[in-house]
Design a protein around this ligand. Structure first.
Ligand code: WQD
Length: 336
């Protein structure tokens, strides 16, 4: 089977490509390195010992994309490419709406023209918004987000649903990711944020390695067991494996299927700090400051639908995730 992976050089994309190559799939990666580095492709080949086909292209480049679809017999597309920094999406909404929406629309048009109608889309738990109660279930109403990045995910879910309504030949899988942590066990690939990290774990590992003086903990007055925000942290390798299972499901079904990819367990920011310290024998200096605007108190998944229908489950514990994140950071203090 031939799988086209957009954004395959990114954090979740690269881990997914490894799983696909290990499963002997033919993998074509399209990435413009807007938030990733070419070295990741060498690392993927080191880990798997397998070759992939790579195009350094923007998915908005219709002619280039059309050529790729004409050159290869693509069975399914896994679409990761997109901007993902929540804060930046607030200050530069047009950049986010333009890139994430236009890129995806061009991709879908090219797919349609070339009769490739199977797609797995990287969505996010952010679509559950601020009013739904945990655990989040796929049947809950969406339609609210707290930032433009979140709205791009919501709108793209809607576009894909409308497309499927218009033409029953489409098979669309929407994967709603919770919070990925960890890295490949080799320590050769992992999360490599450009500039100041937005997310908890990359910030924390940069504190651990001495690049930043302390972690800022956003809020201590949430209605949670210790007052800090609670999230569903999932090992990135298990998240990647969810895509393999999703391919099988996608090819066997038509219409739209939505799956949460999470563990079903919630951990607070202080739980993460304590577990990281214990797992890695390091001390993390931190300071508690005000809440970050747009954050909700608690988010975790009901993953039972993916457990049952995809035959997929995430088992790795927080301790292992913290060890693997630190292994990657220590081996690669400056990223790729
Ligand atoms: C986790 C917890 C923070 C940083 C967002 C998007 C989501 C996905 C991942 C992108 C929260 C706290 C964080 C820090 C902290 N998108 N925190 N200090 O906000 O759950 O999800 O990123 O790829 O769609 O919404 O993840 O890692 O930013 O925060 O105290 O320096 O850590 O308040 O409770 P979040 P996060």
């Amino acid at each position: 089977m031939t799988v086209l992976v957009t954004g395959g050089a990114g954090y979740i994309g690269s881990h997914t490509v490894i799983e696909l190559l290990n499963d002997n799939q033919e993998v074509i990666v399209v990435d413009n390195f807007s938030n990733s580095k070419p070295e990741v492709l060498n690392r993927i080949q080191m880990i798997t010992g397998k070759q992939l086909i790579f195009y350094e292209k923007n998915i908005e480049d219709r002619m280039a994309m059309d050529k790729i679809f004409k050159q290869h017999a693509i069975d399914i597309v896994i679409h990761f490419a997109g901007y993902k920094a929540v804060g930046e999406s607030v200050t530069q909404p047009l950049k986010y709406y333009h890139n994430n929406l236009s890129g995806t629309i061009v991709l879908l048009e090219v797919m349609q023209e070339n009769q490739v109608k199977n797609i797995i889309f990287s969505s996010s738990a952010t679509v559950y918004g601020e009013t739904n109660r945990v655990p989040f279930k796929e049947t809950m109403t969406t339609g609210e987000a707290s930032n433009p990045y979140g709205y791009t995910k919501l709108v793209l879910e809607k576009i894909l649903q409308d497309l499927s309504q218009s033409d029953p030949d489409w098979s669309v899988t929407l994967l709603r990711y919770f919070n990925p942590l960890g890295a490949h066990e080799s320590g050769l690939i992992g999360e490599d944020p450009q500039g100041i990290p937005n997310n908890l774990m990359p910030y924390l590992t940069q504190v651990a390695i001495g690049k930043r003086p302390k972690l800022l903990v956003f809020g201590k007055d949430y209605p949670t067991h210790d007052g800090t925000g609670v999230r569903d942290y999932i090992h990135v390798v298990e998240l990647a494996q969810g895509h393999q299972k999703a391919i099988k499901h996608n090819l066997e079904h038509q219409g739209v299927a939505i799956f949460n990819l999470g563990t079903g367990h919630g951990y607070s920011v202080l739980d993460i700090i304590k577990t990281f310290e214990k797992a890695n024998q390091v001390t993390i200096p931190y300071e508690i400051i005000d809440r970050r605007p747009g954050d909700i108190a608690i988010a975790y998944a009901d993953p039972s639908k993916a457990n049952e229908e995809l035959d997929w489950e995430a088992f790795k514990d927080l301790y292992t995730m913290c060890q693997d994140s630190w292994h990657w950071q220590k081996k690669n203090p400056d990223g790729f």
